[in-house]
Design a protein around this ligand. Structure first.
Ligand code: NAD
Ligand code: 3PG
Length: 392
């Protein structure tokens, strides 16, 4: 029996993935083996000894103490790309709302409750519509910062809208590069991207190198009248620099999914309450992916889409499987295999992968390892955590 503790509201379709397995799922569980959550912040919470894995149903993991998890051999998962389409669609909405005064026009029309005659209403609308005119997106340049799952979808969408697209992503993976449309013009630095763009949309993770990436220095390079869209995280943008740029006209509009008090109720800010991934489709996709990944790890020891462990898979467990994580230094695997030799344990198959300072191994054994074997592996220098899983 595995206990999976939930934080936030997780889609039922995702949680139903635990049906048919030996699982207890709920918000009030003691000594859980796993968490599944969305944006709930876990930095301040004690980490239970029982915890083996944490699945973030979503992309950003800045709400997780990932380094602490790594030190304890706890696997942190996210769900890459599972909510990207939802964010892409809201970016389009944000650009449209910033380009034409759709919200002002809606508010104006709704305010005319005193008019009862249709002809009078029509006359007023025609007379006042010039106040809400704007610009089209076609022909304008969109700069995309971060060309991963969301950034590449936004690029496709903008090209389909007839926009020119420029991108900046110094950490672009080969896989992400393959996904990018050839028409995206690659920029070598943020300033170059800001200088050529009418709209700039941010799709990078909140990590140390992206903290306050949009500050008074970088914004100074922007084309006058830029529309900046932040559907990534608050920490990436220095809000006081954004406010100064709005005052000076350097920025025309700031569209933001992570509002701070200083941006609320300004006519040049469109503030939304972190709804980029809040569609039924994205919530289901993320929850199903997170639950599937958790089950594969808890039942078989396999790891995909972790943010701290290497991808390590060996299919479903058919007999007896021992897994262990260790600091990535030489000799650990050899020492574990020596124990198997000494204690007469037959290895059937194995895989060993590393990622930075961490390594992880899955080893299929001919028999259930005894308590003596497990304790001996756990005692090997640099081994962090040992688990045994067996076929049902
Ligand atoms: N508003 C929302 O509801 C919502 C939804 C999903 C994701 N997000 C945020 O958006 C972020 C991106 O999501 P994603 O799914 O596209 O992630 P992703 O990992 O697929 O893409 C992130 C991209 O940023 C790039 N990058 C990293 N550091 C960079 C830097 N210094 N400069 C430029 N590029 C850099 C990476 O190389 C990668 O290509 C998430 O980390 C999360 O914070 C917000
Ligand atoms: O990083 C993400 O995936 C988004 O910010 C979505 O967060 P949410 O799951 O809390 O809506």
């Amino acid at each position: 029996m595995f206990k999976v503790k939930t934080y936030n509201k997780i889609s039922e379709k995702g949680l139903s993935r635990f049906n048919g397995g030996d699982y207890q799922v709920g918000a009030d569980l003691e000594a859980p083996e796993a968490y599944i959550l969305r944006s709930h912040k876990l930095h301040a919470e004690a980490i239970p000894e029982s915890l083996l894995a944490v699945a973030r149903a979503g992309a950003g993991v800045n709400n997780l103490p990932v380094e602490d998890y790594t030190a304890k051999g706890i696997v942190a998962f996210n769900t890459p790309g599972a909510n990207a389409n939802a964010v892409k669609e809201l970016v389009l909405a944000g650009m449209l709302l910033a380009s034409r005064d759709i919200i002002g026009g809606r508010d104006f029309a709704n305010a005319q409750t005193q008019i009862t005659d249709a002809a009078d209403m029509g006359k007023l609308m025609e007379a006042e519509k010039k106040r809400f005119a704007g610009n089209e997106l076609t022909g304008k340049t969109l700069g995309i910062v971060g060309l991963g799952a969301i950034g590449s979808m936004v690029a496709d969408m903008a090209l389909a809208m007839g926009m020119k697209v420029a991108g900046f992503d110094p950490a672009l993976s080969v896989e992400a590069a393959w996904r990018l449309p050839a028409l995206v013009e690659r920029k070598e630095n943020l300033q170059g991207l800001l200088a050529c763009s009418d709209y700039v949309t941010i799709h990078v993770p909140a990590i140390e190198p992206t903290k306050n990436m949009f500050n008074s220095d970088s914004l100074a390079a922007a084309k006058d009248g830029l529309v900046l869209l932040n559907f990534a995280r608050e920490a990436i943008v220095d809000t006081s620099a954004v406010l100064a740029a709005l005052e000076s006209g350097k920025l025309r509009k700031y569209v933001c999914d992570f509002p701070e008090p200083a941006v609320i109720n300004r006519s040049d800010v469109i503030a939304l309450p972190h709804i980029g991934a809040s569609t039924a489709e994205a919530e289901e996709n993320c929850a199903m992916m997170a639950a599937n990944q958790l089950r594969d790890f808890l039942e078989h020891g396999n790891i995909v889409n972790s943010v701290n462990f290497p991808v390590t898979t060996m299919g479903p467990v058919e007999g007896y499987r021992l897994t262990f994580s260790n600091q990535n230094v030489s000799g650990v695997l050899g020492n574990v295999l020596s124990i198997f030799k000494e204690l007469d344990v037959n290895v059937i198959d194995m895989v060993n992968k590393s990622r930075g300072d961490l390594a992880y191994s899955i080893i299929d054994l001919a028999e259930m390892p005894t308590a003596e074997v497990i304790a001996a592996v756990q005692a090997v220098e640099h081994v962090i955590r040992v688990r045994v899983v067996a076929a049902k």
